[in-house]
Design a protein. Structure first.
Length: 315
């Protein structure tokens, strides 16, 4: 194969990946560029160009699909390169989370039923979990088209607060009041069930033997740790590396406790009450996992600038 044949084959491979209206012009331009570069290499080497020299040239110029992309009119991007890793993690994380929640509810560990229930789970909740990546892709297509049609200009940029670790004490006080009301409502409901509710309701929500000494003690311990951490951050008026780490550890411990309650522990004697409680705890675990993911994402995205080091030093 002659050097001209190598160049022609390469140019044709690039041109066929372009819109028909651009193929001829791009082919002429690219062929002229490659011939000139090949002649320069031949002059430097002091010998006529051969097929090996031409092949080395085009391979160094780039893969045909990459070169063709340079000549294509930019279109809207579904997922930008800086968001690809986050997109993939969120997509697979959503699938894994749905599997984690649905497997304990659907798969039986009884002898002879594991494979049967696992197959039924795969054909229902297992494959059904893939709706989430599809939804993300459709949403990203719409968002990409909007960004391409109405691109955000540089004039729309606004600086954000430099110190994102500072908290708003009024908002935290409001949140603490809400949390206190929630805890009061939770424990008040137990009192109402025990003293006012009909006997059928009391029987349905009677705790299983052995749950409170373990599950109740662990929940009380984590709640106490959360109150201490909340108080420290509120008094200091900001997050610092230590309290951030303790908060993440606390949330991970909560997820582990909730997973144990859903998958392993029997909370109430009544199976129906257990099923409803497991669904509610799974929803709580979902929100805690989302909070963990958002926190980790923000920490990993934060650049270690001089200001960051100064802030860390003050902590």
């Amino acid at each position: 194969m002659s050097p001209e044949d190598v160049l022609d084959a390469y140019v044709n491979d690039v041109a066929k990946r372009l819109p028909r209206a651009k193929r001829n012009d791009v082919a002429l331009e690219l062929r002229a560029l490659l011939r000139e570069e090949l002649q320069n290499r031949s002059d430097v080497a002091g010998r006529p160009a051969d097929d090996a020299m031409a092949l080395d040239l085009v391979r160094g110029f780039g893969a045909p699909e990459d070169v063709a992309q340079r000549y294509r009119t930019p279109s809207f991007v579904i997922v930008t390169p800086t968001q690809t890793a986050s997109f993939a993690a969120l997509a697979f994380g959503g699938i894994a989370l749905q599997w984690l929640v649905s497997i304990p509810q659907s798969v039986s560990l009884e002898s002879g039923r594991v494979l049967t229930t696992l197959g039924a789970w795969w054909l229902s909740y297992g494959l059904g979990a893939f709706w989430w990546p599809g939804f993300m892709i459709v949403a990203s297509i719409i968002a990409g088209w909007i960004r391409h049609t109405w691109p955000p200009g540089a004039k729309s940029w606004r600086p954000r607060a430099a110190d994102s670790d500072t908290i708003s004490r009024p908002l935290w006080a409001f949140g603490a009041a809400g949390a206190a009301c929630g805890f009061a409502a939770l424990f008040g409901s137990f009192w109402v069930i025990e003293n006012i509710a009909p006997a059928s309701v009391r029987e349905a929500f009677e705790f299983a033997p052995g749950f409170l000494p373990i599950g109740g003690a662990l929940a009380a311990l984590l709640w106490s740790a959360w109150v201490v951490l909340f108080t420290v951050v509120y008094n200091e008026g900001r997050w610092r590396p230590l309290t951030r780490g303790l908060s993440l550890s606390s949330n991970i411990a909560w997820v582990a406790l909730l997973a144990w309650c859903i998958a392993g522990a029997q909370i109430f004697r009544d199976p129906d009450a257990n099923e409803v409680t497991d669904a509610a705890l799974a929803l709580v675990a979902l929100f805690v996992l989302i909070d963990i993911g958002v926190t980790l994402h923000r920490l990993l995205r934060r650049p270690q600038t001089t200001a960051s080091f100064v802030t860390a030093g003050r902590s």
